[in-house]
Design a protein around this ligand. Structure first.
Ligand SMILES: NC(=O)C1=CN([C@@H]2O[C@H](COP(=O)(O)OP(=O)(O)OC[C@H]3O[C@@H](n4cnc5c(N)ncnc54)[C@H](OP(=O)(O)O)[C@@H]3O)[C@@H](O)[C@H]2O)[C@@H](O)CC1
Ligand SMILES: [K+]
Length: 489
């Protein structure tokens, strides 16, 4: 599991570690790691390290100090290094002295912008690699105009120190010009921007360097599941299981207007686990035709017992749909409510009264549905989802390039996809079915949502294999996504 901390907590831990280490030791350790990754990138791209040229973009703070020290270390390996100073009066003193001692050149941003044709002011145009030390943890807003103008002139790959300058470290928002890095070397802990869209797409590969902060950090602010975490939670049948003991999933979705939603939601449930799936609604014939193994009936009252209900996709918002959501919420089993069920809950507050107190509920809005349910989402998606989860006393999964999931206790999971394959019509219906299957099998709601987001994204990538894919093929790729995890039976 990847653990992520907000910058305020990282700074607090840094203060503790700084107080007991030699002045400058932490920065040199961080900078040395940047130089190692820079050298590796140079070798991979140019076939050599010595003789290459590196330009450093150096801002006013310690992030610039890291870049200057990294430049000094690269000089020792025979790299030609030029530092471009954005704030000459505020440049990190020891870092600058170290670079000068090592034989590095130093120019100002003004020199580079004046387009003189001597070697120093051409540093950006001739660089094989650029190190971004403009701003780190203190970043606020997009790049300022002088920094943005420099970055615009860069053609070489960029390695970002701690984070790509110009993005918001705690929300991942990109509100102005920002660096797009080929790789990012970060220190002590992952920060929110490394896993939150859109900033995460500007990081390239992220390398985490241990600088001894972990013991001082405490519980992370949020977590990112890895394949092992998902595999460990998948409900595979045990030798003594039968079709009932694995949890029966009920699907109350779709209908005569949207039979496809019924099929896609059911597909997600059928393909995620063995056992049994029931369907209740006016698309029963269509569902039965696609999945003969599903027990399909026309109404909820005939459906029989289930261990979790999935409702919402393709349900519509008419009075019949409202009754379906009310009945499902009153059934005293975990419920996943998506799409129209979210809209109905937003529009009819009395529906919440139908819910048995304490019954697990997972809500899976996209941004517009979220706005109806909980108001404008703003830049800080994690904070908005945490607040909504508390208010709704539910697990809330906000769909997006970074899927953010929170429960009522404030625990947060983030899944960053970096791919747009799942963004296709009906894809959310499949996700709902997967969540329902995991809930019915007894997976804890936060992790049912988190594992489902992971499986769904993985299935989408498998189905797509580099070409657009419809939602029905995403569902069909679920078994392949499960097999690829090699879960223990
Ligand atoms: N503590 C340690 O020992 C260690 C620290 N480490 C390193 O320190 C970094 C944090 O350093 P930091 O706190 O000095 O601030 P930093 O991020 O360099 O910002 C500097 C200045 O930039 C400016 N600025 C703000 N926004 C801007 C924008 N959008 N565009 C342009 N400029 C902008 C603003 O200055 P202003 O112009 O407002 O005076 C701000 O004060 C951290 O990320 C890591 O790399 C590592 O070495 C590990 C050990
Ligand atoms: K940076």
């Amino acid at each position: 599991m990847r653990e992520v901390w907000t910058t305020g907590r990282i700074r607090a831990a840094e203060d503790v570690v700084l107080a007991r280490t030699q002045p400058g030791a932490l920065m040199r350790r961080a900078a040395f790691a940047v130089s190692v990754h820079a050298a590796r990138m140079l070798r991979e791209r140019s076939g050599r390290v010595a003789g290459c040229r590196v330009a450093l973009l150096v801002g006013a703070g310690n992030n610039g100090g890291d870049a200057l020290w990294a430049g000094a270390f690269l000089r020792r390996r025979g790299v030609g290094v030029t530092a471009v100073l954005l704030a000459p009066d505020k440049t990190h003193t020891e870092g600058l002295a170290a670079l000068r001692r090592a034989g590095g050149r130093v120019v100002t941003a003004a020199d580079v912008s004046s387009e003189r044709s001597d070697g120093d002011s051409n540093a950006l145009a001739t660089a094989d690699l650029v190190i971004d030390g403009i701003v780190g943890l203190a970043a606020r807003g997009g790049l300022r105009p002088d920094a943005a103008a420099l970055v615009e002139r860069v053609t070489a790959p960029i390695i970002a120190v701690d984070l790509p300058s110009g993005v918001d470290p705690d929300t991942g928002a990109v509100t102005g010009p920002a660096v797009a890095a080929a790789a990012t070397v970060t220190f002590g802990a992952y920060k929110p921007l490394h896993v939150l869209a859109p900033a995460a797409s500007r990081c390239g590969e992220v390398h985490l360097i241990d600088i001894g902060l972990r013991p001082e950090l405490g519980e992370p602010d949020f977590r990112v599941l890895d394949p092992g975490d998902v595999a460990a939670r998948l409900p595979l049948p045990k030798p003594a299981d039968d079709k009932y003991t694995q949890g029966v999933v009920g699907v109350a979705a779709g209908g005569s207007t949207y039979p496809g939603a019924a099929v896609l939601t059911t597909s997600g449930a059928v393909l995620t686990k063995s056992g049994m799936v029931r369907y209740a609604g006016s698309a029963a014939d269509v569902v039965r035709a696609r999945w003969p193994e599903v027990i399909a009936t026309g109404s909820l009252s005939d459906a029989g017992r289930v261990q979790a209900w999935v409702t919402g996709p393709g349900l519509g918002t008419a009075s019949g749909a409202r009754e379906t959501v009310r009945e499902v919420l009153a059934a005293d089993v975990p419920v996943i409510a998506d799409a129209d069920a979210v809209n109905l809950l937003a529009a009819h507050p009395d529906l919440w009264d139908a819910r048995e107190p304490g019954t697990p509920l997972v809500l899976t809005p996209h941004e517009r549905e979220f706005a109806r349910l909980a108001g404008d989402i703003g830049d800080d998606h994690v904070a908005a989802v945490v607040a909504a989860a508390k208010r709704c006393d539910a697990v809330v999964l906000l769909k997006g390039h970074s899927t953010v999931i929170a429960d009522q206790d404030g625990r947060v999971l983030v899944h960053y996809t970096g791919r747009a394959w799942p963004a296709t019509a009906g894809s959310g219906d499949v996700l709902s079915g997967i969540i329902g299957a995991l809930l019915a099998a007894g997976v804890e709601p936060l992790f049912a949502a988190g594992c489902a987001a992971w499986l769904h994204d993985s299935a989408a990538a498998i189905a797509a294999s580099g070409a657009p894919t419809p939602a029905s093929l995403i569902a069909e790729a679920i078994p392949a996504a499960i097999r690829a995890l090699e879960p223990k039976t």
